[in-house]
Design a protein around this ligand. Structure first.
Ligand code: GLA
Length: 581
């Protein structure tokens, strides 16, 4: 008999009513060697389903070049869940929010002038379609109807918080069907304002996202559907952004009361079961009145910690879920240890200015071009020019520049401008010799993942640099995605107080999870054996970066720290405990 999952008055699996008790795990935020461990823990807590988003911007990092390997092997993740007897909910984007760079949209979309997102705008739709062609080659056979564990898929994500183009949602649902989706489709929206109204589409089952006031929210959802009722994101924690003053934690007693109530009402997906890590430059940002980029850890105060540890929340949830379903006996088969490798001393260092030609090839243009127009998605871009007419920098203003600028004259720092500071003219008053070099190091701190600012996410300088009242022209652009640090030559020189690379080595005879302590360091990012672990910033709250054991290798391991403020320590300490602030 063919397996089937149905949505009628309730959820039905091969004709039998089921209650979905799901937990969110984003495979792309957990190293693949640990997927099984996280899934076993999910199952042992009593969940019967796992939910994941799919990040388009990782799977198609460059237009037309697809990657479904390693940490992006979604097939393997889904199959591992299936082998453990878990069902899978897939939320395949194109937009995922998720505190993820640009809400999962590829930055290369912004290379095109006039690009509009998440509406019936043909150039956008064409890109979605060609991506879905590849993605659904993988997802289609994994559906329950064909023997796989996927029971439902989501159309878009909280569309009602963004727009009201129902025709676009219809198109999205239709293209998912055309590419092979046979399982039921759902939408998910906040039960506030008109969101459920704007986000729904005919033939697709609505669900709601919330983390408190359970009865009230389910009652609102009931006005939009006769059931079954599902909370697609039952928030049990929250995320941190840089400078938020301390790691956010939830009230566990309330979480437990809400979970119990939600399970009486219907179906849930716990967001997040494990949050994991925003490796690389992939954190998102919010923008309400100001830019608030998210930290590297996506710990989320979730049910498991960022590194997969069982928490008191896990034990409490397990007990509650145990009232609704029989808890299975599961053995955790992955051996995971923590190691404090101790203090490492800096072996070598080299300045960024000294390294530019080694890790980048300059592009010349009259006006400064945005990062996206330069074909770059993430990291830093350095804009360089000569000041041949001026001999004093009185005032400077950057137009259409994001997110943080460090301005140097003859490699001396003269100003740092961040977010809204970039919207005004700055009095500098700095004397120099005619012909001096001006360098502007722009940092992309993570594209916004929510709201109308999504359409304004070009990074670098996408306009002009106005110096002493005139547009300064003729720029060299050095793209710095920092994906080629093996090209660094540490003999090229180093000057204090400047952006630089610092190299450390250590042997890990026994491999264990460890945490890189950034005490004494200013701002930048950390690489382990060439893999970008993520960003640090002394303003916190996160103080240590999680380094999972599978990223370590036999023999010598190399850590490179890139630091932009000239604030570096000669040492780096690898600890066996996290510190999220
Ligand atoms: C919304 C989104 C999620 C996530 C949460 C907050 O519900 O749908 O992707 O951003 O908010 O963590």
């Amino acid at each position: 008999m063919q397996n089937k999952f149905d949505i009628r008055d309730k959820f039905y699996l091969n004709g039998d009513e089921i209650q979905i008790i799901s937990g969110g795990i984003h495979y792309f935020r957990v190293v693949p060697e640990y997927w099984k461990d996280r899934l076993e823990k999910l199952k042992a807590m009593g969940c019967n389903t796992v939910e994941t988003y799919v990040p388009w911007n990782l799977h198609e990092e460059e237009k037309g070049k697809f990657n479904f390997n390693g940490i992006l092997d979604i097939k393997k993740f889904i199959e591992t869940a299936g082998e453990l007897g878990l069902w899978v909910i897939v939320r395949p984007s194109p937009y995922i929010c998720a505190e993820w760079e640009f809400g999962g949209l590829p930055a290369w979309l912004l290379k095109e002038d006039g690009m509009r997102l998440r509406g019936l705008y043909e150039p956008f739709l064409n890109h979605v379609k060609s991506y879905y062609k590849e993605l659904f080659k993988i997802l289609t056979p994994l559906q329950i109807n064909y023997g796989g564990p996927v029971i439902m898929m989501q159309v878009e994500n909280e569309y009602g918080y963004y727009g009201d183009d129902t025709e676009y949602l219809k198109w999205m649902a239709q293209v998912m069907r055309e590419e092979g989706t046979v399982v039921p489709l759902v939408t998910s929206d906040g039960p506030w304002g008109d969101a459920l109204e704007c986000g729904k589409v005919e033939g697709v089952h609505p669900t709601a996202n919330f983390g408190s006031k359970v009865a009230q929210q389910f009652e609102i959802l009931k006005k939009h559907t006769d059931g079954p009722f599902m909370c697609m994101e039952f928030w049990v924690g929250w995320f941190d952004h840089w400078g938020n003053g301390g790691h956010k934690t939830s009230n566990m007693e309330e979480n437990c009361k809400d979970l119990d109530e939600a399970l009486q009402y219907g179906n849930i997906n716990i967001y997040m079961f494990i949050g994991g890590t925003n490796f690389g430059f992939m954190n998102g940002s919010n923008y309400y009145d100001e830019l608030t980029p998210d930290v590297t850890s996506y710990d989320y105060d979730a049910v498991l910690t960022e590194c997969g540890d069982i928490t008191p929340k896990y034990e409490a949830f397990k007990e509650i879920i145990g009232k609704y379903t029989k808890l299975p006996e599961i053995e955790f088969t992955t051996k995971i240890e923590k190691k404090a490798y101790g203090k490492l001393s800096c072996k070598e260092k080299v300045g960024l200015f000294e390294s530019l030609e080694d890790i980048s090839a300059p592009v010349t243009d009259l006006f400064p071009k945005s990062m996206e127009k330069l074909g770059q998605s993430y990291g830093y871009t350095l804009y360089r020019s000569s000041l041949v007419k001026e001999k004093k920098l009185d005032k400077i203003r950057l137009y259409n520049a994001n997110d943080r600028a460090k301005i140097y004259i003859s490699q001396e720092a003269v100003a740092t401008l961040y977010d809204r500071e970039l919207l005004a003219e700055h009095e500098i008053s700095y004397d120099f010799e005619k012909g001096s070099t001006i360098d502007i190091l722009m940092e992309n701190m993570g594209r916004v993942n929510f709201g109308p600012y999504l359409d304004k996410q070009r990074k670098g300088i996408d306009g002009s640099v106005v110096i002493n009242g005139h547009q300064h022209m003729n720029w060299e652009h050095y793209t710095l995605p920092l994906d080629n640090l093996h090209k660094l030559d540490f003999t090229k020189g180093f000057k204090e107080q400047k952006p630089a690379f610092y190299r450390f080595e250590f042997l890990a005879e026994e491999k264990g999870d460890t945490f890189v302590d950034m005490e004494g360091w200013g701002k930048g990012c950390v690489f382990i054996n060439g893999f970008n672990l993520g960003r640090f910033w002394e303003i916190g709250p996160q103080k240590r970066l999680y380094l999972p054991a599978p990223l370590l290798q036999d023999g010598i391991n190399e850590i490179i720290v890139f630091e932009t403020e000239g604030k570096a320590s000669e040492e780096l300490v690898l600890c066996d405990k996290p510190d999220l602030g």
